[in-house]
Design a protein. Structure first.
Length: 383
């Protein structure tokens, strides 16, 4: 009998564990806990969007959460952040499709902030300040470079952002990593956090085509003075630091709460492109498809109150590695049959099914708690 092509939950678990153990270093060889168990606990916590304590309490054969946490704290040190970042990037690049274009790709670069509530000065030296959000102004920050290619979203590189890094240094680190992968971006799409004079001048010197979202500032002057008329247009503009740019000013008419249309202005810095304002806006909107990775990453992150910055960075990187694994499996195993460019059957293996199958494999392997002790005999009451 010809074997049926299918992906079993246990095979999915083995693939995930092999990817993590092959690229990420966790040297744990205790009599009760080893690296395989630690990775399994982390994956389960990410899938459940939960903490190590909740996972270890739910799995019968799992070691205690404090045991795993102590071993991880011993393995993850802030002095090893550069090595940890390299390993994360290697895990992200594992199994990239050979058909992936190496030149002319549209790449989106963005920041992601994770709230940090630690109070110790040592831990705060690894956090970045930002506008107040979720009760704090301090965040563990990472930056990533991602692409959308034939319906496939892939995070190609990430970097840990420390407070001493400038925005230009963050961009250069990501572009250097892309260069190591042999990828030459055709167009860069950057969010408002990168719209600084030093970044713009660097891209102009490198002749790198790019579109940067620009904040509208001022009451009557500044960039707000460009919001005039009724139509979209392109114009030259000089920032206060002397940086000269080409600006695309886009007029839109979205509907408000009561269904009435009101003019809303959008502004973009355009480098090395002759696109019309409408084309700039339409192409930049494709970047929001890449931002789906951030929303999905938040659904697959380990919840932790750890004061160890290296562990917090590790948890953030782990989410992106799992997302890339899901995307890679969709490309390799769920291709759409037919002529034309190869694409994936997105509906067959959605993220929810990936997480559900992986969760079931772990629960079958480590057994789940099916009963809890009570102080009185339980009674079934019929209503």
């Amino acid at each position: 009998m010809i074997p049926k092509n299918e992906l079993h939950a246990t095979e999915l678990y083995e693939m995930s564990l092999n990817t993590l153990q092959s690229h990420l270093t966790l040297d744990i060889n205790g009599y009760r806990c080893n690296s395989e168990m630690a990775f399994t606990a982390l994956v389960k916590a990410a899938l459940d969007n939960s903490s190590l304590n909740a996972v270890c309490d739910d799995l019968v054969e799992m070691a205690d959460a404090n045991t795993i946490r102590e071993q991880m704290n011993a393995n993850l040190d802030v002095g090893d952040l550069p090595r940890q970042e390299m390993e994360m990037n290697a895990a992200l690049a594992a199994g990239l499709p050979t058909e992936l274009a190496r030149a002319g790709m549209e790449v989106a670069i963005d920041f992601h902030d994770e709230p940090f509530y630690g109070k110790t000065e040592e831990a705060r030296t690894y956090t970045c300040r930002g506008p107040a959000k979720k009760g704090t102004t301090r965040f563990m920050r990472i930056a990533s470079a991602a692409v959308i290619w034939r319906g496939l979203r892939l995070t190609l590189a990430l970097t840990y952002v420390l407070p001493e890094y400038s925005t230009l240094q963050v961009l250069q680190r990501l572009l250097q990593r892309l260069s190591q992968l042999g990828i030459r971006p055709g167009v860069l799409y950057l969010d408002k956090g990168f719209c600084h004079g030093e970044v713009i001048r660097y891209l102009q010197q490198q002749r790198q085509p790019a579109v940067l979202a620009c904040t509208i500032r001022g009451k009557g002057g500044g960039t707000r003075a460009l919001c005039r008329g009724r139509k979209s247009y392109r114009t030259s503009y000089t920032f206060t630091d002397g940086t000269e740019v080409e600006m695309a000013v886009v007029a839109t008419l979205p509907r408000g709460k009561h269904g009435k249309r009101r003019r809303k202005w959008l502004m973009f810095v355009v480098i090395g492109l002759d696109w019309s304002p409408k084309v700039v806006m339409r192409r930049y909107r494709r970047r929001f498809g890449i931002e789906c990775d951030y929303r999905q990453m938040r659904q697959m992150r380990v919840v932790s109150s750890s004061r160890n910055p290296a562990m917090k960075f590790f948890f953030l990187g782990l989410s992106f590695v799992l997302l890339n694994l899901w995307a890679r499996l969709r490309w390799q195993l769920f291709r759409r049959v037919g002529r034309g460019p190869r694409t994936v059957m997105a509906a067959t293996f959605r993220l929810k099914r990936f997480t559900a199958m992986l969760r079931r494999a772990i629960e079958a392997l480590y057994d789940t708690v099916m009963s809890v002790p009570t102080t009185a005999p339980p009674q079934i009451v019929n209503y």
